[in-house]
Design a protein around this ligand. Structure first.
Ligand SMILES: [Zn+2]
Length: 81
């Protein structure tokens, strides 16, 4: 009996704070990875990831969507004495 271990990029990739959207002029924190055959990859923020997802999939890219990791903005708590 043999066990085949398949490593899935979707389980391996975690966006780092230094990962930034590759869209020109954006630069927001990346939460979406598009992986192309041949190994090239593009990073997108949640906004641009959503916007480009269909086109990227059409181009044969594997999309790794980690937008569920985005923390909701913390409510502003005014300091009181
Ligand atoms: Zn972006």
């Amino acid at each position: 009996m043999s066990t085949t271990v398949t490593t899935d990029i979707r389980d391996l990739w975690l966006p780092k704070a230094a990962d930034r959207c590759d869209t020109t002029g954006c630069g927001a924190r990346a939460y979406v990875l598009a992986l192309f055959r041949g190994g090239s990859e593009l990073l997108f923020c949640a906004h641009d990831g959503r916007k480009n997802k269909a086109a990227l999939e059409k181009a044969g890219a594997t999309i790794v969507d980690k937008t569920d990791l985005i923390e909701p903005p913390k409510p502003h708590q005014p300091e009181t004495d």
